[in-house]
Write a protein that binds this ligand. Structure first.
Ligand SMILES: [Zn+2]
Length: 115
């Protein structure tokens, strides 16, 4: 695993934790909840307050993540949205994109080709 893949894997792990946080927030009808910062620092323990709606928007694209402003690492990701409490970043580094897409928890099974 190279350095880029290692960092992408860290972010994917935080994302998996957040998927479970979102599931339980949904179960308890919480509108807003505290998510883990999805940055590439494995020792980061910061929390990000976001609504489930905001979270879903980020999760829709497997290459976007939410993190504490300033936690973005400019060589692998760029800020695509500033929400005040958190930033949304998109991975642009090729190996990082490949890794987070491969580890996407929302990946659907390939649809059978029609026709
Ligand atoms: Zn962080």
């Amino acid at each position: 695993m190279n350095e880029h893949e290692r960092r992408a894997t860290t972010e994917a792990l935080f994302r998996d934790v957040n998927e479970r946080i979102a599931e339980s927030a949904e179960r308890f009808d919480a509108e807003e909840t505290d998510f883990e910062c999805e940055c590439a620092d494995p020792s980061c323990t910061h929390r990000v307050s976001a609504s489930l709606e905001e979270y879903e928007e980020v999760r829709e694209d497997p290459t976007t993540f939410l993190l504490i402003p300033g936690h973005e690492q400019g060589d692998i990701e760029r800020v695509v949205s500033r929400r005040g409490r958190f930033h949304v970043v998109e991975k642009f580094q090729a190996a990082v994109r490949r890794t987070v897409i491969r580890l996407n928890p929302r990946r659907r099974p390939t649809a059978p080709t029609e026709g």
